[in-house]
Write a protein that binds this ligand. Structure first.
Ligand code: SF4
Length: 399
């Protein structure tokens, strides 16, 4: 035993983190502490025999270094005793998941393809995408919550990829760590003037089908002692998993966005097939009851502009009528084409006319400028290489 009560050992401890949290460092498989909750960090410390009386204080120290300072080496944790730093480094890592590829758009949008471990060693990596959109005075990180998606929204590229698996909370949080590393968005370089100010769950997957992990991830990213992203700046977007909407509000306090895209069930059934299960009336009732919704915390309704499908003035009027008495803002999204899609983007004049009707009814109706189109990073364009890698991965395993 050392003076701080740590038993030194040659072998990493048997810490019960899932396989997908582990990385190989120096030929030994170690669990990464990056992305873990306070409770999991406490377990990690207990597993290397840190005295119970010191656990709370040590967790706070780790939390500060991992989530506020963004360090990737235990040696940088200056106020942590040397013995403990060595014990941590022998047992764990602070590694992030690997970046498979990275692209930067002409407009400054960045997209990372992130490789995540598969569920078991027989499989190859899975991939998810994460996108950073810089804007004047702020920056938004769009994160994924699943590899692939089950919902098959017909205008969405991700929807053409089958669901592979849910992400863990630490894998969701790791997307922020990766982006902050790459953008040099930690205090030594940035101070408190951060590049990433907002987070939206609008990447791959349906967040409400992975609600436990999403709730845990939001709690970690909103913690004021760490990543410190205000809950008012975290938005979770759903295609309309009605039974989970209240639970999302109560569990996270995050802002809600609804992928609406149509004003009647017949059309929405085609665009968002989940609508056949939870129709527009039920969806809007859940929105009216969303915990904390108010004029200061409006629900965002996303409406993709599809040429001659949902973009008439009559539909703009129907939209306004539908959202009556809901504290709402409406995001009009020019459709972003992707290879093989059956839709076209509405003409600009039509988008303007639609926007005018919505604006005249008293709603803010920003038309979202398409970002990162050249790197397929815009809304609805994300689709990872997992599916494409599938055949190659299977072939390699057979070799
Ligand atoms: S829009 Fe969202 S829910 Fe629909 S298929 Fe795409 S990723 Fe899935």
């Amino acid at each position: 035993m050392t003076e701080i009560g740590i038993q030194k050992s040659e072998k990493p401890p048997q810490f019960p983190l899932p396989l997908r949290g582990r990385v190989r460092v120096g030929g030994i498989e170690r669990s990464s502490l990056a992305g873990l909750s306070r409770k999991e960090l406490a377990e990690a410390l207990r597993a290397i025999n840190v005295e119970e009386g010191a656990i709370k204080m040590r967790v706070e120290q780790l939390w500060h270094w991992i989530y506020h300072q963004g360090v990737i080496d235990f040696a940088q944790m200056k106020n942590v005793a040397k013995d403990l730093r060595e014990a941590l480094a022998a047992a764990y890592s602070l590694a992030r998941p690997e970046i498979a590829t990275q692209q930067v758009s002409v407009d400054g949008t960045r997209k990372w393809l992130i490789a995540l471990p598969a569920d078991n060693l027989a499989q190859k990596s899975h991939h998810v995408e994460c996108v950073y959109i810089p804007e004047q005075g702020r920056g938004t990180l769009c994160v994924s919550s699943q590899v692939g998606c089950t919902l098959n929204c017909t205008f969405c590229h991700t929807g053409t990829q089958r669901l592979v698996r849910n992400l863990s909370a630490s894998e969701i949080v790791a997307q922020i760590l990766i982006a902050r590393d790459d953008l040099r968005d930690w205090p030594p370089e940035r101070g408190e003037n951060r590049a990433i100010t907002n987070v939206v769950f609008m990447g791959m997957g349906e967040p409400l089908y992975n609600l436990d992990a999403v709730t845990k991830a939001v709690t970690i990213m909103a913690d004021g002692e760490g990543l410190s992203i205000s809950k008012r700046k975290i938005t979770v977007s759903t295609a309309g998993v009605v039974p989970q909407i209240e639970k999302l509000g109560k569990g996270t306090g995050a802002m809600l966005a609804i992928s609406l895209h149509a004003t009647n069930d017949e059309l929405r059934n085609q665009l968002v097939p989940l609508n056949k299960k939870y129709g527009i009336n039920d969806l809007l009732a859940a929105c009216r009851a969303y915990p904390g919704a108010s004029n200061a915390r409006r629900i965002t309704f996303e409406y993709v502009m599809l040429k001659d499908v949902n973009d008439s003035v009559a539909e703009a009027r129907a939209l306004v009528k539908l959202l009556k008495n809901i504290p709402a803002k409406i995001n009009l999204i020019p459709f972003n084409p992707w290879p093989g899609s059956n839709y076209e983007c509405s003409d600009w004049e039509r988008i303007e006319r639609f926007s005018e009707v919505v604006f005249n009814a008293g709603y803010a109706s920003p038309v979202r400028t398409p970002r990162g189109r050249d790197i397929l990073a815009a809304c609805g364009q994300l689709k990872s290489a997992t599916e494409k890698l599938g055949y190659r991965a299977r072939t390699l395993q057979a070799e």
